[in-house]
Design a protein around this ligand. Structure first.
Ligand code: ARG
Length: 500
């Protein structure tokens, strides 16, 4: 095996420990395929520009494809004496076809633009993959919300009974937040999918390369034009990590709802056995461990973001080796987010929703109090603050004397009015009864986006349409990249076979 491909300037070798410290080989495995694609595209372009002959190109491509085959078959020998996958690949090619031809592979390129292009290719792939999973979750939630647009439920603020609503409204709130996550990844993709290849080390090259051609061959939408920016910037990675952290914060909150609502005290939902665990000692236990772990893995994404921000903070403009550390935080947070999305898709697909229990909890709740205050302002010409004080007084007394909301008498309400206002207020005898009739009360919520069941149904229909549009956008992007890759692979094969 060719050794020390790059070290002619240095006399001494690093110890194997130092070499392993310097090496990014294992983090690079996730960009190995991208690295081969990028090198093949670069070399095809070099041939097209007359920098190498067709025969030379064919030998290089054949050697690269041999490496790909070994990798796919799990036979590629890895060794951290190589600084990175780039050195390993080039060394292998040089060893196989000689330095006279193999040594041309890296013409007009540096590892600095090479690793940047590999990273962007992998991140765009991971972004599209993740967005696909995100849409799966959005669709499952929309489906479930369709079943629960009439499932009455307490809505909570401060984890205390706030207002009455429907379960669909909670699910739709998740959907809307997740759609914003989708849009963030989608916007981010536009900035990721740009080619830095051809920036060379930092200052371009005198070799007559064609940056637009490699950009096209690799399915990018455009160039990171400035050669310094192309090799220095990792804001695309920071941005990605930031969106992953935001996504995980949302998934963690959804998980927390599920954990809380599956307690015996709430009993609103039950996770299927598939997503639950038991205890080694308490035979009765059914623990929501899958969603606890989604909550727990959120730390990985936050850590990755802080890691990347710290890494780039003190660097001067240009490539510094610190940037090698971009990979592992990205990989770990992508993995955490992707697996968390898959878990939540399964959890919601198999979730047992106990709508009766949700409903029965309302019977003992004072959550319709706002509705009563609003009814007083509507029907008795009181200011909202007056009504709020009256109902506050009424609820305090009712709690004290253990009278439930639906047991409150008109007379008691009149007394509260008198106490607060110092005068009589004439109330219709049906006022309290209409407020206590939760269904009709909910249907009086007229504000846009309220949990009025008909409003929930309207929102569901719109989200359904939107999810379809997002699917199409996603598959268009996937298609463009797949097409470019197919074309590249066809060219590679054609050059190789012509050689024989
Ligand atoms: N392994 C390096 C990385 O991941 C590749 C670029 C190294 N460039 C250099 N000039 N040493 O960033």
């Amino acid at each position: 095996m060719v050794e020390d491909l790059y070290r002619a300037r240095l006399k001494e070798r690093p110890s194997s420990k130092t070499a392993a410290f310097l090496s990014s080989l294992y983090d690079d495995l996730r960009i190995l395929e991208e690295d081969l694609d990028g090198t093949e595209a670069h070399n095809i372009m070099l041939f097209e520009k007359g920098v190498m002959s067709k025969r030379e190109l064919a030998s290089i491509l054949a050697s690269l494809e041999g490496i790909r085959e070994e990798w796919c078959e799990g036979k590629l020998v890895l060794d951290t004496k190589f600084e990175d996958i780039h050195e390993l690949v080039e060394s292998r090619v040089v060893e196989e076809i000689g330095i006279e031809i193999g040594g041309k592979l890296h013409t007009g390129r540096s590892r600095n633009d090479q690793v940047a292009v590999d990273l962007r290719m992998r991140v765009r792939k991971d972004l599209l993959n993740l967005s696909d999973k995100l849409l799966d979750l959005i669709e499952v939630l929309i489906k479930l919300s369709e079943k629960h647009s009439d499932s009455l439920m307490i809505l909570y603020t401060h984890t205390q009974h706030a207002q009455v609503g429907v379960y669909a409204q909670y699910l739709l709130s998740y959907v809307d937040a997740l759609i914003r996550d989708f849009e963030r990844f989608s916007d981010c993709f536009v900035r990721v999918n740009l080619s830095p290849l051809g920036a060379c080390a930092i200052g371009g090259t005198s070799i007559p390369i064609d940056r637009d051609r490699t950009c096209e061959l690799l399915g990018f939408d455009g160039l990171v034009e400035n050669s310094i920016d192309a090799v220095s910037s990792r804001d695309f990675a920071v941005e990605t990590a930031s969106h992953l952290a935001t996504l995980m914060s949302g998934l963690s909150r959804i998980s927390e709802d599920l954990i809380l609502w599956s307690t015996s005290e709430f009993g609103y939902v039950e996770l299927s056995d598939e997503f639950s665990s038991t205890s080694s000692v308490m035979p009765q236990k059914k623990n929501p461990c899958s969603v606890e772990l989604v909550r727990g893995k959120t730390g990985i994404a936050y850590g990755a973001l802080v890691n990347l921000l710290t890494m780039v903070k003190g660097l001067n403009t240009g490539y510094s080796r610190d940037l090698q550390e971009t990979k592992s935080p990205l990989w770990t947070s992508f993995d955490a987010a992707e697996s968390s999305l898959e878990i939540l898709v399964g959890v919601f697909r198999t979730l047992k929703v106990k709508a009766d229990r949700m409903r029965s909890n309302i019977a003992e709740s004072y959550a319709p109090a706002v509705d009563l205050a609003e009814a007083l302002t509507r029907e008795c010409d009181l200011s909202f603050r007056e009504a709020h004080r009256i109902v506050g007084e009424l609820i305090r007394e009712s709690v004290k004397s253990k009278v439930l909301f639906n047991q409150i008498k008109t007379k008691t309400l009149e007394e509260a009015c008198k106490k607060v206002l110092g005068r009589d207020v004439v109330l219709s005898s049906s006022l309290l009864a209409t407020v206590a009739d939760i269904e009709s009360d909910l249907s009086r919520r007229v504000s846009v986006g309220s949990p009025n069941p008909s409003e929930a149904r309207r929102m569901i229909a719109l989200r359904k349409k939107n999810a379809k549009i997002l699917r199409t956008r996603l598959s268009d992007r996937n298609l463009k990249i797949e097409k470019a890759r197919k074309r590249l692979m066809t060219s590679v094969r054609r050059y190789i076979t012509k050689r024989r």
